[in-house]
Design a binder for this molecule. Structure first.
Ligand code: KIV
Ligand code: ZN
Length: 515
């Protein structure tokens, strides 16, 4: 079969970040972008620069840090957004502006309050303006899955004429089904007269659990770029999952007339990093990256796999990066070994004090835990960088008591806005008591909507990784903490979530009302 290139456009840092609670700091975005570069993603959508000054700076930082992947900034179809995106991607070795405007009758009438003629005019103007910043411009008719095909043909022809080199068909609300979505792509490619002047792309949401199937149906009908995210993160039910798209195409080369340039052994490390940073853990039975994806439970399967692995395995676990865990460092490793392993993982320290802070944590961990894996190092860096931010709330110490027949209690010492406070509380369990004690100081008025604990690696000495999701007045934040003691990890996660809530600024959502 001929092997066209299938371009992988990763939007974990933009659409992925639109998952409630998944917002990331600039430093975290750079770490993920470096992991995506190691994965050999073709295009990284690094954010929506017009959302806030912080988002602008994150896109700029990613553009500076990454060399091998193209860096894309999202912009609504208006001058101000495009100028902001153009400026943000300016340091990139290879840049792209992705501009969009809604084209479905319901979005044009209700959200934009624009006529179809005005929408076409604005789209063309936006593409032309974006071309003043770079040659690589992508256009998306938002909610294409519910737009009229005739109108799509009209607007797509106009934007390709105006200079769009990629046209992306988003199923914004996850409404499409594979056969129909594949037919839509074929129809558009046949009917748009200048279709051959652009790469055809798709961007599918997973509201009906069909994002990957719809994307693959589009690929079979000529799409040569797929927009996707690590672990399928994204708005609402998420986007098409990168690892599933890549492995489906790679494994079924008898079906797909194209392949990606993804370094598949980086899939699992990248998945773990995104889960660690965002606090969106991966379900065990998730394809490719779930903990059980390659585990054979039944005796019959195990017997088959031992005799000949292909009896039950269609992919090799090591090809997607399982079992690459190495005991990388130990108690006696020095600062240089520590720094150079982290450099291999894409972590550069901003200053000596950042390195010292992380190294001190490493030594503490190595005293408690014999084998230190890459995942431990990533969790440690996440925490050390949180510590260095000027946070309003800091956990100084925690003591809990938990005894059969007794009510659990906690004593917590915190620094809150520069004042040190020690408080006691009781609770249903030690975690509940610790959270109550912390909240008695902060009086946050939040609701705990999720609490989850996972072990980062295996063994009873493994670090527990805790995610806490808090909600206040419709705003959702996630906090993470890790420690070999899960009560301490829980308190760290709670404090981290509270800090995010206390410091969060206002950001625009790209798909909210207006253009
Ligand atoms: O889902 C969507 O339509 C989007 C666009 C901005 C491409 O994310
Ligand atoms: Zn989207």
């Amino acid at each position: 079969m001929s092997t066209d290139r299938l371009i992988i456009f990763d939007t974990t840092l933009r659409d992925g970040e639109q998952s409630p609670g998944a917002s990331m700091t600039r430093e975290e975005k750079v770490r993920i972008a470096k992991a995506l570069e190691r994965l050999r993603v073709d295009v990284i959508e690094a954010g929506f620069p017009a959302a806030s000054p912080g988002d602008f700076q994150s896109v700029q930082a990613v553009a500076r840090a990454v060399q091998e992947s193209r860096i894309c900034g999202l912009a609504r179809a208006n001058d101000a957004d495009i100028d902001r995106a153009g400026e943000a991607i300016q340091p990139a070795a290879q840049g792209r502006i992705h501009t969009f405007i809604a084209t479905s009758p319901i979005h044009m009438e209700r959200k934009l309050q624009l006529s179809p003629d005005q929408v076409v005019e604005q789209a063309v103007r936006a593409v032309k303006r974006a071309r003043q910043y770079c040659d690589d411009v992508e256009f998306s008719p938002e909610d294409a899955g519910r737009s009229e095909p005739d109108f799509l043909c009209r607007i797509l022809e106009a934007v390709i004429d105006a200079g769009a080199s990629t046209v992306n068909i988003p199923d914004t609300v996850g409404y499409a089904v594979p056969e129909q979505f594949g037919a839509l792509i074929a129809d558009l490619r046949n009917r748009v007269p200048n279709a051959d002047k652009a790469v055809w792309s798709v961007h599918c949401h997973n509201d009906l659990g069909l994002a990957v199937a719809n994307s693959l149906a589009a690929v079979l009908n000529g799409a040569r770029q797929v927009e996707c995210t690590i672990n399928g993160l994204g708005e609402r039910a998420g986007n098409a999952s990168l690892e599933e798209i890549v492995m489906a195409v790679r494994t079924r080369q008898d079906v797909f007339p194209c392949d990606t340039r993804i370094e598949t052994r980086e899939i699992v490390p990248c998945s773990r990093l995104v889960a660690n940073i965002t606090g969106f853990t991966v379900q065990p039975n998730k394809a490719v990256v779930g903990a059980n994806a390659f585990a054979h439970e039944s005796g019959i399967h195990q017997d088959g796999v031992l005799k000949h692995r292909e009896t039950y395995e269609i992919m090799r676990a090591e090809d997607v990066g399982w079992h690459t865990n190495r005991m990388v460092l130990g108690k006696h490793s020095g600062r240089n070994a520590f720094r150079s392993r982290l450099r291999e993982l894409g972590v550069e320290f901003e200053s000596e004090s950042h390195l010292n802070e992380a190294f001190a944590r490493f030594k503490e961990l190595a005293d408690k835990k014999h084998d230190i894996f890459d995942e431990d190092l990533q969790a440690l860096v996440t925490e050390a960088s949180q510590e260095l931010e000027q946070e309003a709330l800091r956990l100084l110490s925690l003591r809990v008591c938990s005894e059969t027949g007794e009510r659990p209690c906690a004593r917590v010492t915190l620094e809150f806005n520069g004042d040190e406070r020690t408080v006691d509380a009781e609770g249903g369990g030690p975690v509940d008591a610790a959270f109550k004690a912390i909240d008695s100081v902060v009086q946050s008025g939040t609701q705990l909507v999720l609490y989850s604990v996972n072990s980062i690696t295996t063994g009873t000495d493994a670090q527990g990784e805790v995610t806490v999701r808090l909600e206040r007045a419709g705003r959702v934040v996630n906090g993470q903490g890790s420690d070999t003691d899960i009560v301490i990890a829980s308190a760290k996660a709670y404090v981290n979530a509270l800090n995010r809530l206390l410091t969060a600024g206002q950001r625009k959502h790209p798909q909210a009302e207006g253009v």
